[in-house]
Design a protein around this ligand. Structure first.
Ligand SMILES: [Zn+2]
Length: 116
């Protein structure tokens, strides 16, 4: 699956991104899309109390889920933050996660058809 995702992303990546990086990004995108771990800051509630009022959780930005920051992903891939922002971020967020959520939808539909 990661290989397929990397291949499909190839034409969207710039020449600065090599095959290993593409594969690494595909793995990260898959991990992110499968992650159902709760945000540790708000415990999955999506909001936190400041003592006076409730605010949208700043850590998960209201999703309630833990997701890695760009800095963490850049470190994991061994690239600079600038490189990550310029070459990787849009690929992972706009393309790879989109492809993966389509997969999820297809899987869901296939299951539903079998159940009903
Ligand atoms: Zn949170």
């Amino acid at each position: 699956m990661a290989h397929e995702l990397a291949n499909r992303s190839r034409k969207r990546a710039s020449d600065n991104v090599d095959e290993d990086m593409l594969f690494g990004m595909a793995l990260i995108a898959i991990q992110e899309s499968l992650s159902d771990s709760m945000c540790g800051t708000c415990n999955g509630k999506a909001w936190v109390s400041t003592g006076e009022k409730m605010i949208v959780c700043f850590k998960c930005r209201g999703s309630g889920r833990r997701s890695r920051s760009g800095r963490e992903i850049a470190e994991e891939m061994g690239v600079s933050m600038k490189f990550y922002k310029d070459e990787c971020k849009h690929l992972i967020e706009r393309y790879m996660l989109g492809v993966l959520s389509n997969y999820e939808g297809e899987l869901h539909n296939a299951l539903r058809e079998r159940l009903y």
